[in-house]
Every structure is written in structure tokens, then in C-alpha cells.
Write a protein that binds this ligand. Structure first.
Ligand code: AMP
Length: 530
């Protein structure tokens, strides 16, 4: 086991890897000096896999073999709105796997989102290993604060497939706060406004020296910079249809070109008042090529995305409420994620919080740096060495979603409320409802609704083998625990015999343990991006 552990920000659009060297956290660049790497994997016909910025270049040339934005669908079910949305816009094939899991089909081979993420994680591990000249195996990986158990479990499985020992998964805003406050001996209450490619989180943290305590968090896993791209895309596709009677949306390849151009244009609006969007061959068919060329002003762009920006403040209201504070109680607002470079976002955030947000940190790197700081701290605690560097910080986080169980008639009952500090354990006694009942069936959900179907099913299990008795006689204690990674564990105990059953939440990952083992064996020669 090496001495250095890395921090990985596994982003929707880009990923970043960092480590602590001589007491200072730093981002590891690749050989070309890139510090951010596209979260994209390209699967060549010859079996070669390319990951990162080079893979991104294949998106237009080889759209069916180039997989991007997999974080939007990892840990989700094939019937979810997010997967349906991805199917509509992705040129690669997203299909249904076992138990409504999501699979990506390439050349008739089915890959899970976990495997794609594993390729990206492996690439980050490889970069750090090459940089250090020794193999790195341990990492802290970040996830959006609002990720549910299914998404966290799937991310952890991706780490295992990549051959990483995931020491801890921490929430992206918590990592950002760590990068902001670590070693500065601050006493501050801050808001972390984290707008990524696909998700938005707002967390309120209290920093007290080396203690980082999350007071409240809220999020929207359907809001991110990619939605800004889609707004621009929709606007341009409509305009093109009105002007030329041709619908670019009808062809996924043309749509992909427009999508790329819209993302580039969106980024330019961070620094430019107007952007010329020009695609020479936006529409290609046997009759020839058609060109798209439109000048869009920042004002026009702002009006297209304003409601998305406003939507984020509903989440801020919820997080402040959960943290029991108001904007006046805050000492600072920290921006995380590429879209926070947009003036419309900065201005609106400034207006909402009544203060200019802190822009001293690089919004694309801060999460990886925080993860690296935590990784170094955990490594130091586990090796029991004393050093003046990397004193472990104490991260006190909360669960973003309530944990619930199904009761009768499609209703649910809360076991652990959202915004409860983790780790946490709560028990509940269940009993039989019929004389001679042989088993109890328990379904576990995450979400805020009191209706089963409006929450996310984490898993279900059947507890049996207890003594048969009259209704209400048998008592089964079920313990629900959420660990520091935000992962849910359930155990059931027959109170009479003390017989215990450790329950694995079976639906949590889209992969069974056997499948994970098989993938790891298949990839023994290296989960080998070129
Ligand atoms: P993630 O990889 O999840 O952090 O998200 C990256 C998101 O940031 C994508 O939607 C990018 O298009 C967006 N992004 C990156 N740089 C900029 C920029 N300069 N201005 C606006 N959005 C950006």
C-alpha cells in the first residue's frame, strides 16, 4: 500500500484528480498539461478504449461509440425521467438491463454505467500513478451531495472495478469547503453554491478550525449546465426550422453537432457579450449540406436560461431552512462548478445572498483539491504517522434525503429525516399483521413524499424464519443505518431468538456482486484505456 492517496472529482462533464504533496494540495495534469479531463470514454472497433479529452474528440466522428455524461444515468432505473431524457439526446444506445437497470450497447456488448465510470476513474488513477512514479491504489471520490444510495453504491462499485480502494466518498460541496477552509483556522458559516454539468447542490457549512460541519443541504439532480446547453439548442433548432423548414432534431448526429456548438457557445458567454454560432455542415443529406450561422447576444442567452438560474434559489431556500439560518447569518458564498463562471449566475447569486460571491477558488478544481486533502488526512490517520502536514479534518455531514419504509396502501413512513447528521442508526420494531404469518416484507425508499411511487426504491427484503404466532406477537427489530459515505445498511433481528439477518439492499447497484467480480476478472489485464 502506497503512502499517497488521491482525491478524484468524478464530474458529469469533466473529472479532475489531485493529491497532497509536501503539505500542499495540487491538481495532477496529464502529459499535455490538461488539468481537467472529459468524463468521456470512446470504445474503438479494435477493442481499444480511449478516455478523457481525446475521447471527447470522437463524439462527432463516432457518436455511437463515444459515451459521455454517464453520471446522469448511473444508479438510475431505465424508466426514470433522467434516463428517458438521456435516450432522447444521446447518440449512443441506452437500453434496459436486468431489474430495470441501465445498459449501454456497443457492438452488441452491454456495458453498465458503473463500467464506464470505472474507465474514467482508472484513467485518473493512472495519471496520478504516472505522476508519482508509483502505483496509487487509495482514493477519496466525490459525489453530489444530493446523490441517493443507489447512485452512491454504483459509484463505489465503479471504484472497485477500477481497482481503487475507495477510502471514502464525500459530498462535492463538503470537499469544496475543505479546500476553502483547510489550514486557515477559520470560524465561518458559508454557503457552497455548486452548479455542475448535471446537478445542483447548495450546502451550508460551519467551519470551526479543522471541523467542517454541514448544517443543511438541498439539491436538484435535474439542474445543471447541460440544461443551459439544451435551452440554447432548442432556441437554435426552432430558429433554423422557422428559417429553412428543416428540423435538426430529426437526426441524432446533426443534433450532436449542435449540442457541442451550444456548449462551446455557453462557455464563451462567461467572457463574451455575443457569440457567433457557426456549424458549416449542421444538416447533411443526399441533397447536400446546410450551414447554421446565428449571432446570439449574452442578453438573449440570459433570457433563455433565467428561469433555470431562478430554480436554483428554491433549493437555496430549502437548504437555508434546513440549516435554520438566513442569508444574513452567512460569512461567505463559495462558487463551485463551471457554470458558476457565467455572469448571469454570479449576479443572481450575489443578489440572492446579498453579497458578492467568493471567486478566489478555481470552480473546476476545488472539489478534487478538497478530496485530496481528505484523502491525505485519512491516509495519515490510518498510518498513525505524525507529520506537520495534512492534519485530518473532521467532516460532519448530513443525509440529503429522508429514509423511508413502505407501510400499507402505497404510503411510506419516515425512519431517518433528511438533513440528519451521518453516520446515523435508527431502529424500528415490526410485527406480523396476520395469525401464523411466516415472513415480513420490507421495502426501503429514499425521498420526501409520503407516497411510495414518488420516492426512489433502494431495495426490499423478506425476513423469515421466526416462530409462528398470533398477529402482533412476533417482534422484529429492523435497524437502518447510514454510514459516513452516505450508504444505507439494513439489518433485521428476531427479538425472541436474537437471530440476525444482514440485509443487502439488492437493487442498490445495477450490478450484482457476481457481475462485479466477473468484470474485475475480465479486466485483469488492465481496465486498459490506451
Ligand atoms: P462538471 O463536470 O459536472 O463540473 O460540469 C461542467 C459543466 O460546466 C458543463 O456543463 C460545462 O459546460 C460547464 N462549464 C465549464 N466551463 C464553463 C464556463 N467557462 N462557462 C460556463 N459553463 C462552463
Amino acid at each position: 500500500m502506497g503512502n499517497i492517496a488521491i482525491g478524484i472529482d468524478l464530474g458529469t462533464t469533466n473529472s479532475c484528480v489531485a493529491l497532497v504533496e509536501d503539505g500542499a494540495p495540487r491538481v495532477v495534469p496529464n502529459l499535455w498539461g490538461d488539468r481537467l479531463h472529459a468524463s468521456v470514454a470512446f470504445f474503438g472497433e479494435d477493442g481499444q478504449v480511449i478516455v478523457g479529452n481525446e475521447a471527447k474528440r470522437q463524439v462527432i466522428l463516432n457518436p455511437g461509440r463515444t459515451i459521455w455524461s454517464v453520471k446522469r444515468i448511473i444508479g438510475r432505473k431505465s424508466f426514470s425521467a433522467e434516463v428517458k431524457k438521456a435516450q432522447a439526446i444521446c447518440a449512443y444506445e441506452i437500453v434496459e438491463g436486468p431489474n430495470h437497470a441501465v445498459r449501454i450497447a456497443i457492438d452488441g456488448k452491454l456495458l453498465s454505467p458503473e463500467e464506464i465510470s470505472a474507465y474514467i476513474l482508472y484513467e485518473m488513477k493512472k495519471l496520478a500513478s504516472e505522476y508519482l512514479g508509483e502505483e496509487v491504489t487509495d482514493a477519496v471520490v466525490t459525489v453530489p451531495a444530493y446523490f441517493n444510495d443507489n447512485q452512491r453504491q454504483a459509484t463505489q462499485d465503479a471504484g472497485r472495478i477500477a481497482g481503487l480502494g475507495v477510502m471514502r466518498m464525500i459530498n462535492e460541496p463538503t470537499a469544496a469547503a475543505l479546500a476553502y477552509g483547510y489550514g486557515r483556522d477559520l470560524r465561518q458559516r458559508v454557503a457552497i453554491y455548486d452548479l455542475g454539468g448535471g446537478t445542483f447542490d447548495l450546502s451550508i457549512l460551519e467551519i470551526d478550525g479543522d471541523i467542517f460541519e454541514v448544517l443543511g443541504t438541498s439539491g436538484d439532480s435535474y439542474l445543471g449546465g447541460d440544461d443551459f446547453d439544451l435551452r440554447l439548442l432548442s432556441h437554435l433548432a426552432d430558429r433554423f426550422f422557422n428559417d429553412y423548414g428543416v428540423n435538426i432534431r430529426n437526426n441524432k448526429f446533426n443534433l450532436q453537432k449542435l449540442r457541442e456548438a451550444c456548449e462551446e457557445a455557453k462557455k464563451l458567454f462567461s467572457t463574451h457579450e455575443e457569440v457567433l454560432i457557426s456549424i458549416p455542415d449542421v444538416f447533411e443529406d443526399e441533397l447536400g449540406n446546410m450551414q447554421l450561422e446565428y449571432l446570439v447576444t449574452r442578453e438573449e442567452f440570459n433570457s433563455l436560461v433565467m428561469d433555470l438560474v431562478q430554480k436554483s434559489f428554491k433549493v437555496c431556500d430549502e437548504a437555508l431552512y434546513a440549516a435554520r439560518c438566513t442569508v444574513q447569518d452567512l460569512d461567505g458564498v463559495i462558487l463551485v462548478g463551471g457554470p458558476t463562471r457565467l455572469p448571469i449566475v454570479r449576479e443572481a447569486v450575489g443578489y440572492y445572498f446579498g453579497r458578492t460571491p467568493d471567486t478566489s477558488l478555481n470552480p473546476d478544481e476545488v472539489v478534487a483539491l478538497g478530496a485530496a486533502i481528505h484523502a491525505a488526512g485519512l491516509k495519515q490517520s490510518s498510518s498513525h504517522t505524525s507529520s506537520t502536514h495534512a492534519v485530518p479534518a473532521h467532516l460532519l455531514d448530513v443525509t440529503p434525503l429522508s429514509l423511508q419504509i413502505a407501510t400499507v396502501g402505497g404510503y411510506t413512513e419516515r425512519i431517518i429525516e433528511r438533513n440528519t447528521p451521518v453516520p446515523i442508526e435508527r431502529s424500528k420494531i415490526f410485527t406480523t399483521v396476520r395469525d401464523g404469518q411466516e415472513r415480513v416484507h420490507i421495502r426501503v425508499y429514499q425521498g420526501e413524499s409520503n407516497r411510495e411511487e414518488e420516492n426512489v426504491l433502494l431495495g426490499e427484503f423478506i425476513f423469515s424464519g421466526f416462530r409462528l404466532g398470533y398477529r402482533g406477537e412476533v417482534q422484529i427489530e429492523v435497524t437502518f443505518a447510514i454510514d459516513a459515505n452516505g450508504l444505507v445498511h439494513v439489518t433485521a433481528r428476531d427479538m425472541e431468538t436474537n437471530k440476525r439477518q444482514q440485509i443487502t439492499i439488492t437493487l442498490s447497484s445495477s450490478l450484482s456482486e457476481d457481475e462485479i467480480q466477473r468484470i474485475m476478472v475480465d479486466n485483469q489485464d488492465g481496465l486498459a484505456p490506451a
